[in-house]
Ligand binder design. Sequence first.
Ligand code: PMP
Length: 427
Amino acid sequence: LASNFTARNARSKRIHDAAIKSLPGGNTRSVLYYEPFPLSIKRAEGSNLFDVDGHDYVDLLGEYTAGLYGHSEPLIINAITEAAKRGINFGSQHEDEGKLAELVKQRFPSMELIRFTNSGTEATLMALSAAKAYTDRSKILVFDGGYHGGAFTFKNGKSSVVNAPHDYLIARYNDLPSVYALLDDDANRQQVAAIIVEPMMGSSGAIPPVAKFLEGMRHLATAAGAVLIFDEVMTSRMHAGGGIQSQLSASIRPDMTTLGKYIGGGMSFGAFGGKREIMELFDPRKPNALSHAGTFNNNVLTMSAGRVGLEQIFTPERASQLHARGDKLRKTLQDVSRGTLMKVTGYGSILCFHWSATEVEDIKSPQDLKDDDKTLGDVFHLYLLDRGFYIARRGFVALSLALTEAQLDGFVAVVRDFLRAHEQLVS
Ligand code: PMP
């Protein structure tokens, strides 16, 4: 497969070979690298990607959830071009900024006040800073395998950043006793400023929460006097009210929420918000207000695209349709793969392939996937590319609104072919 891939993609290889001279690994997003070299895409339309060597692909990666609207969604393109005609950035407040904030608040009622950023990474950075200032404490409780942005990645009990910008307590996802154990220590409990959690673990492989896990977090955060932050950068697409446990149902309300991805209409975007008394720390009318700046925070193109997306496209009905479609696809793939190493986890329109002997219902944290066969994952990825389906190398899939039933059926058929070919090879 790899030699076939190299032969089929001579132009992509040339572009990669040139880029590697100026960029470590040849690109500027580590996650996009795969062996033997990543494809160069030159154009995208609807649910399709077109590479420089003349192949087209069904886009099942959906820009890691940011591409929810599909490529070139006419209302989004119109919003961006109309906004650009009026000027790209004003260095001033403008109407779409407040309108987008209002639309986000309607869907996430726990966000009483909101601020925008340029990325999800910045949003979590600001939320953590707010929690530390609000509580006057220093420690942050996170989960092993959790991803909150490039500078906030946790793996094998460690932060990815050598000089970690915070003092972390690292617990195991879906494992309340591991959180109790950390907070049992008086010094930890008295110093914990925030618990930050993804309502479903995204980057680590679309691992949903077990029943009562998020409720448990709510309870523990309150008991310790810590700020509970839901990082909904990926999960905000699940329901009209966000998250797995919709924030519209008042049962579990985080103190703060971070957002990103599709909410900016596919443009560079992030947001953080929450309880009024926390967010008011940023109110510039107050003496000693916390600083929150950023030249492009309210950039006109993002605010406009985001507004049109929530107002006119991703209505609550479309949100639940997409969610149901994802659930159906995941169940079909789980049926197709029964009895094989292929495991499909996820929720709604986000799913992930794993190659492990662990049964789907027993995959509760990234640590349950220690036997994941990465080589088989690599082969599967190249096989899908060869058959015209684009997913993340690590098996991650996020559906867009542009995908058709026929494309999803075609995908299932190709997955079946792969499993059949693999079975023949090993028997
Ligand atoms: N939090 C989560 C849960 C994410 O999945 C991501 C991005 N994949 C981020 C934060 C960071 O967002 P961005 O890439 O926009 O910085």
